[in-house]
Design a protein around this ligand. Structure first.
Ligand code: BGC
Length: 703
């Protein structure tokens, strides 16, 4: 917080009428629906430019620069000339659509994550946007929930690392730079715990779990300087997130020192009435403001009620002033008072450059997870005739995934074209339109590639599923194709872990491609034809059956552990208890061996160095994600069976070995106890250097 910013906002606050102050707390929905006169009267602090979550639905970013500048001009004609901040959901790219956030997490590549976010910031800001409602930092342990696609998976450590990279990418060192955005950490907090995987539902999270699992990504975003936070829709432990003063004020501001502003999620203030904690709109507004929600998204509720609430003594002028100051602070920090307009010539120059496309392709490649590769059927070598069939055989913009407002269908690399361009010369490809044609072609070909999975509309906000199986008809296609006795490679495009237990047994190779974005088709061809090797890992556990969820690797042991034998242990009678694929798992085109785990000390007083030797034992160059896990064996509260504490990527030539080192500190082992205090506890620990969360070399140490 600089003195000059504080001086500036205090001076401005001193000149503002109550109406002007309340106006700053209001965010109407944007575009042509906005009344220019209301802006001239200072009745909005921000405008949301939003039109739904799928590609091609809205072109306001490119075509809206003039409109944004026009609206800005109206706001600057108001008495105090306070600029608007234009907000929009720029979730995984703007015009250049990158892989969905869950897929980005699978790359375990923080540098690439940051770069992609900075390209999104450049493109969106060129379109007149200064504020993105991203990153979504909700830990998700239930893939039935459609929004699992928008976050970074189930792990708090990975989530916190991703949060920092995304905030840095969007905001840079200085959010006032013209090509940077203000980021928004959402949805604060616990939104991913919605019961039954149904969006908007209630969640129950204990305080230690909230602190140690759900809050870390948000704390990391705040420590990285995130400018804004969005309060979630859900009712958490009986208090709707938008009404939760303890979390929005005591924790966020008091403990972490957040000095930006909080915006409600869409209508979540008014929804306090449905939750049953507010009697009417006036009541809802005063509860939310008191809790620490500074700006209302889309319902005019503050505009309508706060003046009367003040008169009735339901809110204080200090509360209103504080909210105004937080908003002005971020606008000032974002350089809006100096540069309220966007140069319309930037858009054509700065979006969808060859550099951004290249990065999108690199990212798409690095997010695809190889889950099975029997007899090294991949990469495809020495095969002449290949059938490509399945729902996604002719995909292009379907590969964008959810929340791709500004991704234009015509920009996507059509998968068929990319395959034809990148295949080896002597390979013949046959693309089938339906099951019958697939069968017809299959009889003539040497290998079958099935491109299956879920359409982006089946993923994202409120696209929840009660059954995680492949969409109708797809399992039947697999059944049909495997009867022919030819090698079958199955590629899945999806916004979540789907249940592919049966297909895993049937096919020779499985590649999980998520929704990989604008260059996804080309990236897939590069992996299948061996131009590049896969290196991604699962950022979320894959269940064997929908009935297994929630399922996650960092669970508690229980008194009758899942790993123990016998009828009376934690188990199902119809399926194994283990997941289909564990967090962190994924193959490459080579193999790695881990050996010689060494600890610099058996007792942690100073930081311990932990290392292991990793060897590429295959005959291809490979990129391995080496993971560090710990387990606190005895605690005053029960502790997870494993927790990720670090990861490193290494690249090794065939036969090459490298010692990989991690450092473990006391702080990394601290956890939240029953009384709310945080710290480490003496006793025994296990540590693993591992390929994934279910394997690895293990040693013990003590504190
Ligand atoms: C979503 C938010 C989003 C907002 C604005 C809401 O429905 O929950 O994530 O930022 O809409 O589009």
């Amino acid at each position: 917080m600089t003195d000059s910013t504080e001086q500036f906002i205090n001076q401005l606050l001193g000149q503002m009428t109550l109406e002007e102050k309340i106006g700053q707390l209001n965010q109407p929905e944007g575009g042509d629906r906005i009344d220019p006169e209301a802006l001239r009267q200072g009745k909005a602090g921000s405008v949301i430019k939003s039109a739904g979550a799928l590609n091609g639905q809205s072109r306001t970013v490119s075509e809206g620069v003039e409109q944004a500048n026009r609206l800005q001009q109206c706001a600057l004609e108001a008495r105090l000339k306070i600029p608007l901040i234009f907000g929009r959901d720029v979730i995984h790219g703007c015009r250049t659509i990158f892989p969905i956030p869950l897929a980005q997490a699978a790359a375990f590549n923080l540098e690439l994550t940051q770069k992609a976010a900075s390209i999104a910031a450049k493109e969106a800001s060129a379109g007149g946007i200064k504020w993105t409602f991203a990153p979504m930092l909700d830990i998700a342990r239930d893939p039935r929930w459609g929004r699992v696609a928008e976050g970074n998976g189930e792990d708090p450590y990975l989530g916190a690392q991703m949060a920092a990279s995304l905030v840095r990418g969007y905001q840079g060192d200085d959010m006032a730079q013209r090509d940077k955005l203000v980021a928004c950490a959402k949805h604060y907090v616990g939104y991913g715990s919605a019961e039954g995987g149904r969006d908007y539902e209630n969640g129950e999270i204990s305080e230690p779990t909230l602190r140690d699992v759900y809050l870390p990504p948000f704390e990391s975003a705040v420590r990285s300087g995130v400018g804004t936070v969005m309060s979630a829709f859900l009712d958490l432990n009986g208090t709707p997130a938008t009404a939760n003063r303890r979390l929005l004020t005591d924790v966020l501001r008091g403990e972490w020192g957040f000095d930006g502003y909080v915006i409600s999620d869409w209508a979540s203030i008014a929804e306090l009435i449905n939750h049953g904690v507010a009697e009417d709109r006036a009541d809802a507004a005063s509860i939310a403001l008191h809790a620490g929600v500074d700006m209302d998204m889309c319902t005019d509720i503050y505009l309508e009620t706060l003046a009367a609430n003040l008169q009735a003594g339901k809110v204080s002028i200090q509360e209103i002033d504080e909210a105004v100051c937080r908003i002005l602070r971020i606008k000032h920090r974002a350089g809006l008072f100096e540069h309220p307009y966007t140069d319309p010539s930037r858009y054509a120059r700065e979006v969808l450059t060859s550099e951004s496309r290249q990065l999108a392709r690199q990212f798409a490649r690095q997010c695809m997870v190889l889950l099975k590769n029997k007899d090294n059927v991949l990469p495809l070598k020495g095969i002449r005739k290949i059938l490509v069939a399945g729902t996604f055989a002719h995909a292009s913009a379907e590969l964008y995934g959810t929340w791709s407002l500004d991704g234009r269908p015509e920009d996507a690399v059509p998968l068929e074209g990319a395959f034809k361009e990148l295949k080896p010369k002597d390979v013949e490809l046959y693309f089938a339109d339906d099951h019958d044609q697939a069968l017809d072609y299959a009889l003539e070909t040497d290998l079958i590639i099935l491109l299956l999975g879920e359409h982006p509309r089946r993923s994202g906000e409120n696209a929840n599923l009660s059954d995680l199986s492949l969409p109708p008809g797809q399992a039947e296609l697999v059944d049909l194709m495997v009867t022919l006795g030819k090698p079958v490679v199955m590629v899945i495009f999806a916004g979540r872990p789907l249940v592919i237990t049966r297909q895993l047994q049937q096919v020779d190779a499985v590649l999980y491609a998520w929704h990989p974005g604008i260059e996804g088709g080309a990236a897939l061809a590069e992996i299948l034809f061996g131009i590049h090797a896969p290196s991604a890992r699962l950022p979320i556990t894959f269940p064997r059956a929908t009935g297994q969820v929630p399922i996650y690797y960092n669970h508690k042991n229980s008194g009758r552990p899942i790993t123990s034998e016998g009828w009376f242990s934690s188990r199902y009678v119809d399926i194994p208890s283990s997941p289909l694929f564990s967090f962190g798992s994924g193959l490459s085109y080579t193999s790695f061996e881990y050996a010689d785990l060494q600890l610099s000390s058996q007792v942690l007083r100073d930081p311990i160095s932990i290392s292991a030797e990793v060897t590429n034992t295959g005959n291809q160059t490979g990129n391995e994600l080496v993971q560090l896990y710990v387990r606190d064996l005895v605690g005053s509260l029960t502790r997870p069976v494993r927790e990720l504490k670090g990861f490193q990527r290494i690249e090794l030539q065939p036969g090459e070995k490298q010692r990989v080192r991690f450092t473990l500190t006391e702080e990394m082992l601290a956890f939240t106890r029953a009384d709310g205090s945080r710290g480490i506890e003496p006793g025994g620990y296990h540590v693993w250097i591992a390929h994934d969360s279910a394997s690895g070399l293990c040693a013990g140490f003590r504190i």
